[in-house]
Design a protein around this ligand. Structure first.
Ligand code: CMP
Length: 137
């Protein structure tokens, strides 16, 4: 069964909407195969987002991702990667479809509530970044 990584970002964790976001996944056929709340270090956030290291928003992105704890999950289901991206909505919450997670819970393109893997291949690496095999059940 396909798996993808979801991160509930510090803005949504601070708002106390972990449960509401998890409910969106579970209500739409995605199973929580793994979950943990953790505080990323600067080095970890830089490494996770290394693909964006040359982008102008990289410094702000890393600062934001270490501003508080995150809640990381492995979501599992048929077409999990694409389904998660549909449920999240556009990266910029102002462009996100009504009813999506980012339209409902995000404030800005940085504080955009959730991250989701953008390909099945990247999902495998992103899942390994957060979870070891025995944590995924
Ligand atoms: P995420 O899906 O976590 O992947 C990279 C993050 O960079 C993205 O969500 C946004 O929160 C953040 N970001 C900030 N500015 C931009 C931008 N111009 N384009 C894409 N992502 C951006």
């Amino acid at each position: 069964m396909e798996q993808t990584l979801s991160i509930i970002k510090p803005d949504a964790v601070a708002k106390g909407v972990i449960g509401k976001i998890v409910d969106r996944f579970e209500s739409n056929g995605l199973r929580i195969a793994a979950a943990k709340k953790l505080q990323l270090s600067q080095a970890e956030a830089e490494s996770f987002y290394a693909v964006h290291s040359e982008r102008p928003f990289f410094k702000d992105l890393v600062e934001f991702m270490i501003s508080g704890p995150v809640f990381a999950m492995v979501l599992e289901g048929e077409g999990a990667m694409a389904k998660n991206r549909d449920l999240m909505g556009a990266t910029n919450p102002q462009e996100a479809e009504p009813g999506t997670i980012r339209a409902d819970f995000a404030d800005s393109i940085d504080a955009n509530a959730v991250h989701g893997s953008d390909s099945v291949e990247n999902a495998k690496n992103e899942i390994k970044f957060f979870f070891c095999d025995r944590e995924i059940v």
